[in-house]
Design a protein around this ligand. Structure first.
Ligand SMILES: [Zn+2]
Length: 320
Protein backbone atom coordinates (compact mmCIF):
# COMPACT_ATOMS: atom_id res chain seq x y z
CA UNK A 1 0.00 0.00 0.00
CA UNK A 2 1.28 3.45 -0.89
CA UNK A 3 -0.96 5.17 1.63
CA UNK A 4 0.32 4.58 5.17
CA UNK A 5 -2.27 3.49 7.71
CA UNK A 6 -0.75 5.67 10.41
CA UNK A 7 -2.82 8.76 11.23
CA UNK A 8 0.03 10.99 10.10
CA UNK A 9 0.53 9.92 6.50
CA UNK A 10 3.18 11.83 4.67
CA UNK A 11 1.70 14.15 2.06
CA UNK A 12 2.86 13.24 -1.45
CA UNK A 13 5.65 15.53 -2.62
CA UNK A 14 7.70 15.32 0.55
CA UNK A 15 11.06 13.60 0.55
CA UNK A 16 10.88 10.14 2.03
CA UNK A 17 12.33 10.27 5.54
CA UNK A 18 11.51 8.07 8.48
CA UNK A 19 8.36 9.48 10.06
CA UNK A 20 10.07 9.65 13.42
CA UNK A 21 12.44 12.22 11.97
CA UNK A 22 10.02 14.24 9.96
CA UNK A 23 9.68 17.00 12.52
CA UNK A 24 13.43 17.49 12.89
CA UNK A 25 14.16 17.46 9.18
CA UNK A 26 15.48 20.66 7.65
CA UNK A 27 13.33 22.71 5.30
CA UNK A 28 14.95 21.50 2.12
CA UNK A 29 11.96 19.63 0.80
CA UNK A 30 9.37 22.37 0.59
CA UNK A 31 6.93 21.45 -2.16
CA UNK A 32 5.51 24.20 -4.35
CA UNK A 33 2.58 25.47 -2.26
CA UNK A 34 -0.01 27.94 -3.49
CA UNK A 35 0.33 31.35 -1.84
CA UNK A 36 -3.42 31.70 -1.46
CA UNK A 37 -5.97 28.94 -1.16
CA UNK A 38 -8.00 28.25 -4.30
CA UNK A 39 -11.34 30.11 -4.22
CA UNK A 40 -13.29 26.88 -3.59
CA UNK A 41 -11.23 26.20 -0.45
CA UNK A 42 -11.70 29.59 1.21
CA UNK A 43 -14.12 28.39 3.84
CA UNK A 44 -15.54 30.48 6.65
CA UNK A 45 -16.92 28.81 9.76
CA UNK A 46 -20.26 30.24 10.96
CA UNK A 47 -18.78 30.36 14.50
CA UNK A 48 -15.16 30.63 15.74
CA UNK A 49 -13.31 27.30 15.80
CA UNK A 50 -10.46 25.88 17.85
CA UNK A 51 -8.02 23.66 15.91
CA UNK A 52 -6.76 21.52 18.79
CA UNK A 53 -4.01 19.84 16.73
CA UNK A 54 -1.92 22.00 14.39
CA UNK A 55 1.73 21.03 13.77
CA UNK A 56 2.70 24.56 12.71
CA UNK A 57 6.33 24.01 13.70
CA UNK A 58 6.56 21.50 10.85
CA UNK A 59 9.18 22.49 8.28
CA UNK A 60 6.52 22.86 5.59
CA UNK A 61 5.12 25.98 7.32
CA UNK A 62 8.48 27.75 7.65
CA UNK A 63 8.01 29.73 4.44
CA UNK A 64 4.50 31.10 4.99
CA UNK A 65 3.66 30.80 8.67
CA UNK A 66 2.19 34.32 8.99
CA UNK A 67 0.05 33.83 5.92
CA UNK A 68 -1.11 30.45 7.26
CA UNK A 69 -2.24 32.09 10.52
CA UNK A 70 -3.97 34.87 8.56
CA UNK A 71 -5.81 32.34 6.38
CA UNK A 72 -6.93 30.51 9.53
CA UNK A 73 -8.35 33.74 10.96
CA UNK A 74 -10.09 34.56 7.70
CA UNK A 75 -11.73 31.11 7.92
CA UNK A 76 -12.84 31.94 11.49
CA UNK A 77 -10.46 29.38 12.97
CA UNK A 78 -9.56 31.79 15.73
CA UNK A 79 -7.58 29.58 18.10
CA UNK A 80 -4.79 27.14 17.30
CA UNK A 81 -3.25 24.64 19.72
CA UNK A 82 0.22 23.90 18.36
CA UNK A 83 1.30 20.32 18.93
CA UNK A 84 4.68 19.88 20.63
CA UNK A 85 5.94 16.38 19.82
CA UNK A 86 9.43 16.67 21.27
CA UNK A 87 11.49 19.19 23.22
CA UNK A 88 12.67 21.18 20.21
CA UNK A 89 9.22 21.51 18.67
CA UNK A 90 7.53 22.20 21.98
CA UNK A 91 9.96 25.09 22.56
CA UNK A 92 9.24 26.40 19.07
CA UNK A 93 5.50 26.11 19.69
CA UNK A 94 5.81 28.09 22.94
CA UNK A 95 7.79 30.79 21.12
CA UNK A 96 5.03 31.08 18.49
CA UNK A 97 2.33 31.17 21.16
CA UNK A 98 4.14 34.09 22.79
CA UNK A 99 4.26 35.91 19.48
CA UNK A 100 0.75 35.45 18.09
CA UNK A 101 -2.53 35.97 19.97
CA UNK A 102 -4.87 33.00 19.81
CA UNK A 103 -2.01 30.49 19.62
CA UNK A 104 -1.20 28.02 22.41
CA UNK A 105 1.17 25.08 22.73
CA UNK A 106 1.38 21.54 24.03
CA UNK A 107 4.63 19.96 25.23
CA UNK A 108 5.37 16.25 25.19
CA UNK A 109 7.35 13.43 23.63
CA UNK A 110 5.62 11.46 20.88
CA UNK A 111 5.60 7.65 21.25
CA UNK A 112 7.75 7.40 18.11
CA UNK A 113 10.50 9.27 19.96
CA UNK A 114 9.96 7.55 23.32
CA UNK A 115 13.40 5.90 23.19
CA UNK A 116 14.91 9.37 23.75
CA UNK A 117 13.28 9.65 27.18
CA UNK A 118 15.78 10.47 29.92
CA UNK A 119 15.85 12.19 33.32
CA UNK A 120 17.12 15.42 31.74
CA UNK A 121 14.37 15.35 29.11
CA UNK A 122 11.82 14.77 31.86
CA UNK A 123 13.15 17.81 33.72
CA UNK A 124 13.02 19.96 30.56
CA UNK A 125 9.43 18.86 29.91
CA UNK A 126 8.43 19.64 33.50
CA UNK A 127 9.88 23.12 33.03
CA UNK A 128 7.95 23.63 29.76
CA UNK A 129 4.70 22.56 31.43
CA UNK A 130 5.02 25.46 33.84
CA UNK A 131 4.81 27.99 30.98
CA UNK A 132 1.39 29.66 30.78
CA UNK A 133 1.37 29.19 26.98
CA UNK A 134 1.49 25.40 27.42
CA UNK A 135 -2.10 24.25 27.81
CA UNK A 136 -1.59 20.47 27.72
CA UNK A 137 0.95 17.72 28.37
CA UNK A 138 1.62 15.83 25.14
CA UNK A 139 1.59 14.76 22.41
CA UNK A 140 2.35 11.53 24.20
CA UNK A 141 0.92 8.03 24.31
CA UNK A 142 1.33 4.66 22.62
CA UNK A 143 1.70 3.67 18.96
CA UNK A 144 2.01 -0.09 18.48
CA UNK A 145 1.26 0.29 14.77
CA UNK A 146 4.84 1.00 13.78
CA UNK A 147 6.87 0.66 16.98
CA UNK A 148 9.51 3.21 15.98
CA UNK A 149 10.36 3.00 19.68
CA UNK A 150 9.88 -0.37 21.38
CA UNK A 151 6.61 -0.90 23.27
CA UNK A 152 8.61 -1.05 26.52
CA UNK A 153 10.26 2.33 25.79
CA UNK A 154 6.88 3.81 24.84
CA UNK A 155 5.28 2.66 28.06
CA UNK A 156 8.15 4.05 30.10
CA UNK A 157 7.98 7.49 28.48
CA UNK A 158 4.18 7.52 28.64
CA UNK A 159 4.10 6.52 32.31
CA UNK A 160 6.55 9.33 33.10
CA UNK A 161 4.43 11.85 31.19
CA UNK A 162 1.30 10.71 33.01
CA UNK A 163 3.20 11.62 36.16
CA UNK A 164 4.15 15.02 34.72
CA UNK A 165 0.51 15.69 33.82
CA UNK A 166 -0.56 14.87 37.37
CA UNK A 167 2.15 17.19 38.70
CA UNK A 168 1.32 20.08 36.38
CA UNK A 169 -2.45 19.80 36.75
CA UNK A 170 -2.76 20.30 32.98
CA UNK A 171 -4.77 18.04 30.66
CA UNK A 172 -3.22 15.37 28.43
CA UNK A 173 -3.04 15.43 24.63
CA UNK A 174 -2.84 11.75 23.68
CA UNK A 175 -1.81 9.77 20.62
CA UNK A 176 -2.95 6.16 20.38
CA UNK A 177 -2.65 3.78 17.48
CA UNK A 178 -3.33 0.04 17.72
CA UNK A 179 -2.78 0.31 21.47
CA UNK A 180 -6.27 1.02 22.78
CA UNK A 181 -6.31 -1.72 25.40
CA UNK A 182 -2.94 -0.87 26.95
CA UNK A 183 -3.76 2.85 26.76
CA UNK A 184 -6.94 2.28 28.75
CA UNK A 185 -5.12 0.17 31.34
CA UNK A 186 -2.44 2.78 31.90
CA UNK A 187 -4.90 5.68 31.94
CA UNK A 188 -7.16 3.84 34.35
CA UNK A 189 -4.40 3.74 36.96
CA UNK A 190 -3.86 7.51 36.66
CA UNK A 191 -7.36 8.71 35.91
CA UNK A 192 -8.08 10.18 39.35
CA UNK A 193 -4.83 12.16 39.31
CA UNK A 194 -5.15 13.83 35.90
CA UNK A 195 -7.74 16.53 35.22
CA UNK A 196 -8.66 15.60 31.65
CA UNK A 197 -7.33 13.85 28.56
CA UNK A 198 -8.11 13.93 24.87
CA UNK A 199 -7.46 11.08 22.42
CA UNK A 200 -6.38 13.15 19.45
CA UNK A 201 -7.11 11.95 15.91
CA UNK A 202 -9.42 9.19 17.09
CA UNK A 203 -9.72 6.52 14.38
CA UNK A 204 -10.43 3.37 16.41
CA UNK A 205 -13.52 1.16 16.71
CA UNK A 206 -16.71 1.33 18.75
CA UNK A 207 -15.41 -0.83 21.59
CA UNK A 208 -12.37 1.43 22.04
CA UNK A 209 -14.57 4.54 21.88
CA UNK A 210 -16.82 3.25 24.65
CA UNK A 211 -13.76 2.26 26.67
CA UNK A 212 -12.58 5.85 26.43
CA UNK A 213 -16.04 7.14 27.27
CA UNK A 214 -16.00 4.98 30.41
CA UNK A 215 -12.80 6.81 31.40
CA UNK A 216 -14.55 10.13 30.65
CA UNK A 217 -11.96 11.09 28.02
CA UNK A 218 -12.38 13.69 25.30
CA UNK A 219 -12.17 12.76 21.63
CA UNK A 220 -10.45 14.74 18.86
CA UNK A 221 -11.67 14.19 15.30
CA UNK A 222 -9.69 14.99 12.16
CA UNK A 223 -10.50 14.80 8.46
CA UNK A 224 -10.04 11.02 8.64
CA UNK A 225 -13.77 10.56 8.14
CA UNK A 226 -13.55 12.61 4.90
CA UNK A 227 -11.81 9.56 3.41
CA UNK A 228 -14.37 7.35 1.74
CA UNK A 229 -11.94 4.40 1.73
CA UNK A 230 -11.19 4.18 5.44
CA UNK A 231 -13.43 6.63 7.27
CA UNK A 232 -16.64 4.58 7.02
CA UNK A 233 -16.66 3.15 10.52
CA UNK A 234 -16.02 6.62 11.95
CA UNK A 235 -18.98 8.12 10.11
CA UNK A 236 -21.24 5.70 11.95
CA UNK A 237 -19.56 6.45 15.29
CA UNK A 238 -19.40 10.27 15.34
CA UNK A 239 -22.97 10.56 16.58
CA UNK A 240 -22.02 8.54 19.67
CA UNK A 241 -19.52 11.09 20.97
CA UNK A 242 -21.21 13.56 23.34
CA UNK A 243 -20.81 17.18 22.16
CA UNK A 244 -19.26 18.16 25.49
CA UNK A 245 -16.52 15.58 24.88
CA UNK A 246 -15.90 16.30 21.18
CA UNK A 247 -13.22 18.57 19.72
CA UNK A 248 -11.94 19.10 16.18
CA UNK A 249 -8.49 19.31 14.65
CA UNK A 250 -6.66 19.33 11.36
CA UNK A 251 -3.48 17.52 12.50
CA UNK A 252 -1.95 19.59 9.69
CA UNK A 253 0.19 19.34 7.62
CA UNK A 254 -0.90 15.69 7.68
CA UNK A 255 -4.30 14.22 6.82
CA UNK A 256 -5.49 16.57 4.10
CA UNK A 257 -9.21 15.72 3.67
CA UNK A 258 -9.64 13.57 0.59
CA UNK A 259 -12.97 15.04 -0.48
CA UNK A 260 -12.07 18.75 -0.72
CA UNK A 261 -13.90 20.54 -3.56
CA UNK A 262 -10.65 21.68 -5.22
CA UNK A 263 -7.09 20.44 -5.61
CA UNK A 264 -4.38 21.93 -3.42
CA UNK A 265 -0.85 22.24 -4.79
CA UNK A 266 1.61 20.59 -2.41
CA UNK A 267 -1.25 18.76 -0.67
CA UNK A 268 -0.35 20.36 2.64
CA UNK A 269 -3.20 20.50 5.14
CA UNK A 270 -3.65 23.74 7.13
CA UNK A 271 -5.94 25.20 9.84
CA UNK A 272 -7.98 27.28 7.35
CA UNK A 273 -9.47 24.02 6.07
CA UNK A 274 -10.92 23.01 9.45
CA UNK A 275 -14.44 24.33 8.61
CA UNK A 276 -14.66 21.67 5.89
CA UNK A 277 -14.04 18.93 8.46
CA UNK A 278 -16.60 20.44 10.84
CA UNK A 279 -19.14 20.52 8.02
CA UNK A 280 -18.45 16.85 7.29
CA UNK A 281 -18.77 15.81 10.96
CA UNK A 282 -22.01 17.84 11.24
CA UNK A 283 -23.35 15.99 8.22
CA UNK A 284 -22.64 12.56 9.71
CA UNK A 285 -24.05 13.61 13.11
CA UNK A 286 -27.13 15.09 11.40
CA UNK A 287 -26.72 18.41 13.22
CA UNK A 288 -26.26 22.03 12.11
CA UNK A 289 -22.73 23.11 11.30
CA UNK A 290 -23.09 26.21 13.49
CA UNK A 291 -24.20 24.17 16.51
CA UNK A 292 -21.28 21.80 16.08
CA UNK A 293 -18.87 24.72 15.68
CA UNK A 294 -20.15 26.42 18.83
CA UNK A 295 -20.27 23.19 20.81
CA UNK A 296 -16.77 21.96 19.96
CA UNK A 297 -15.34 25.42 20.60
CA UNK A 298 -16.99 25.62 24.02
CA UNK A 299 -15.67 22.13 24.81
CA UNK A 300 -12.14 23.03 23.71
CA UNK A 301 -12.12 26.32 25.65
CA UNK A 302 -13.16 24.51 28.81
CA UNK A 303 -10.78 21.57 28.25
CA UNK A 304 -7.68 23.71 27.65
CA UNK A 305 -8.91 26.41 30.06
CA UNK A 306 -8.51 29.13 27.45
CA UNK A 307 -9.34 32.75 28.18
CA UNK A 308 -12.16 34.44 26.30
CA UNK A 309 -11.42 34.58 22.58
CA UNK A 310 -9.10 37.60 22.08
CA UNK A 311 -9.14 37.42 18.30
CA UNK A 312 -11.57 39.59 16.34
CA UNK A 313 -13.81 37.37 14.19
CA UNK A 314 -12.41 38.77 10.96
CA UNK A 315 -8.93 40.23 10.57
CA UNK A 316 -8.87 39.95 6.80
CA UNK A 317 -8.88 43.72 6.33
CA UNK A 318 -6.83 44.52 9.38
CA UNK A 319 -3.81 46.75 8.80
CA UNK A 320 -0.60 45.19 9.97
ZN1 LIG B 1 -0.76 11.89 16.76
Amino acid sequence: MVEPAWPHPRPPGYNARPLSQECSAVADATPPFDDALPEALRFRSPAPLVDIGANLTHESFARDLEATIQRARAANVSTLILTGTDREHAEQAVALARRYPGLYATAGVHPHDASQWSPSLAAAMGELHRAPEVVAVGECGLDFNRNFSTPAAQERAFEAQLGLAAQSGKPLFLHERDAGRRMREMLHAWRDDIPDAVIHCFTADRETLYGYRDLDLHIGLTGWLCDERRGHHLRELVGEIPLERLMVETDCPYLLPRNLPAKLKGRRHEPALLPWIVREIAHWRSVDEVDLARGTTATARAFFRLPTDPTPPDTEHEES
